[in-house]
Design a protein around this ligand. Structure first.
Ligand SMILES: C[S@@+](CC[C@H](N)C(=O)[O-])C[C@H]1O[C@@H](n2cnc3c(N)ncnc32)[C@H](O)[C@@H]1O
Length: 259
């Protein structure tokens, strides 16, 4: 049976498949560093840190960082990678429920909140609100429903990622469909990983991602105690609603009630 949204069971290949060791990932961290310095945000909570792609470099750049994830194996990898980094704590938690303290900013990158259904997304925002100090910042990214609705979507089977790293070859195929009414992208993925000339490891699964328009987000923010502050294209270029496939959102906590 395919597993749904289960990054943890593939934890040992996560960094390989997501090419987490590539320098391009630093662009987002550079952006976050600049934003947090401008806003005097010193304490950062990454609620879906995975193997630490953003949390570890932010800690290295001097922010007091807590990284949390529901995936225990992913956290084990993050702990290994952050050995010797002093201002990071990595703790197991669920973005929908866990209370970590009060932070200047919360981040959730690489579509992580998109893997939650609409009800859980709301729960997550209310819980994030309660983990933020007054006027705290929330930064996350997701796929732009407006852009999908006007037909910017490919349903073909594609090679989503492929390469070779440290004598391990890898390829992931993805075939997606988009349901305009629900805003859900369903992706069937298959990976093949081969180390040296050993027998290849094959795995498959399904991702379901909930997309939102900017107007959807504004409405959900009003109900969960946030206000939209800025939208960027996820490439960090100028956001264009009909052209930008993904966005990066900066929102600010406006009320503590989350109602
Ligand atoms: C696409 S990965 C992104 C991880 C990391 N931010 C990165 O850029 O590599 C999504 C992450 O969300 C985590 N996740 C999914 N549901 C969660 C939940 N309810 N609470 C906390 N983490 C969750 C997954 O375990 C996974 O690590």
């Amino acid at each position: 049976m395919p597993k749904i949204n289960d990054f943890d069971s593939e934890a040992q290949y996560y960094d390989l498949l997501e090419k987490k060791n590539q320098p391009s990932f630093n662009l987002i961290v550079d952006f976050l560093e600049k934003l947090f310095k401008k806003n005097n945000s010193k304490t950062i909570l990454d609620v879906t840190c995975g193997t630490g792609a953003q949390a570890i470099p932010l800690a290295k750049r001097g922010f007091q960082t807590v990284g949390s994830d529901i995936g225990k194996k992913l956290l084990t990898i993050a702990r290994r990678k952050s050995k010797g980094v002093s201002n990071i704590k990595l703790v197991h938690g669920d973005v929908r429920y866990t209370k970590f303290g009060k932070f200047d900013a919360v981040i959730s990158m690489l579509n992580s909140l998109g893997y939650l259904n609409k009800k859980d997304f709301r729960k997550a925002l209310i819980n994030i609100n309660s983990n933020l100090k007054e006027d705290g910042l929330l930064v996350f990214d997701n796929t732009n429903k407006t852009c999908l609705d006007i037909g910017n979507f490919t349903a073909d089977k594609i090679i989503d990622t492929a390469g070779e790293d440290n004598r391990t070859k890898f390829v992931r195929f993805c075939k997606s469909k988009y349901d305009k009414k629900s805003g859900i992208i369903t992706t069937k993925w298959e990976t093949v990983i081969q180390r040296n000339s050993q027998k290849p490891l094959e795995a498959s699964g399904i991702w379901k991602r909930q997309t939102y328009t900017i107007e959807d987000l504004k409405s959900i923010f009003r109900q969960t105690g946030f206000q939209l502050e800025n939208v960027y294209d996820r490439s960090l270029e100028k956001f264009e609603d009909r052209k930008s496939f993904s966005y990066l959102i900066v929102a600010r906590k406006t009320s503590a009630l989350g109602k």
